[in-house]
Design a protein around this ligand. Structure first.
Ligand SMILES: CC(C)(COP(=O)(O)OP(=O)(O)OC[C@H]1O[C@@H](n2cnc3c(N)ncnc32)[C@H](O)[C@@H]1OP(=O)(O)O)[C@@H](O)C(=O)NCCC(=O)NCCS
Length: 162
């Protein structure tokens, strides 16, 4: 990709994913994670309203995958994946993706949103905390390489009223 130019950050559109975006999404996934999702996993979520991409000039710069599961009237949103291309980080795209995904989950009826994050992932934890996610518990050896995860949880009504 071309280097990210701060001045062009305003030209980035965040929109629902399209099947045609999935190869770009997969390429970013493989750059960002030691245990990347396979193509078929992204395909499963392609119709979810909270699966979004950040795009500039036809180029996918980042994505968020999330869904909402019914839970007896207390529906639970789940952020399953979030990544921004390394060259495009630090420009607010991760925040924009997550905020728009939270909005889509709120519209779909989520009362709380949860996610898992590596305990060493300071950039992601910083983003989640800044939006009001709190660590609910720590799961030992959650990841394949034995690293622990924090389960972080956001109360959607509190987030909307903040
Ligand atoms: C986490 C990630 C998506 C953030 O994307 P981004 O576009 O760089 O994030 P933003 O520019 O929107 O920054 C939002 C907030 O994240 C936090 N943050 C971002 N980069 C950070 C860093 N290097 N160190 C600490 N906090 C950081 C800050 O709280 C920041 O808010 P601020 O700019 O007001 O200080 C990106 O770092 C990434 O793709 N990481 C690899 C994949 C990954 O770990 N995904 C999360 C899996 S749980």
């Amino acid at each position: 990709m071309t280097a990210f130019d701060d001045a062009l950050a305003d030209d980035v559109v965040v929109r629902r994913v399209d099947r045609a975006d999935l190869l770009d999404v997969l390429r970013i996934e493989r750059t960002c994670f030691s245990e990347p999702w396979p193509y078929s996993a992204f395909e499963m979520f392609v119709d979810e309203p909270a699966f979004l991409v950040a795009v500039r000039g036809g180029e996918v710069l980042g994505y968020v995958v999330a869904d909402v599961m019914p839970n007896h009237g207390n529906d639970i949103g789940h952020v399953k994946d979030l990544a921004v291309r390394p060259a495009a980080r630090g420009n607010g795209l991760g925040r924009r993706l997550l905020v728009q995904s939270l909005t889509a989950m709120a519209i779909a009826g989520a009362a709380v949103v949860k996610l898992e994050v590596r305990v060493s992932n300071d950039p992601a934890i910083g983003l989640y905390r800044s939006l009001g996610f709190d660590p609910a518990r720590r799961v030992p050896s959650y990841y394949g390489d034995d690293e622990d995860a924090y389960i972080m949880v956001l109360d959607v009504a509190e987030w909307q009223n903040a």
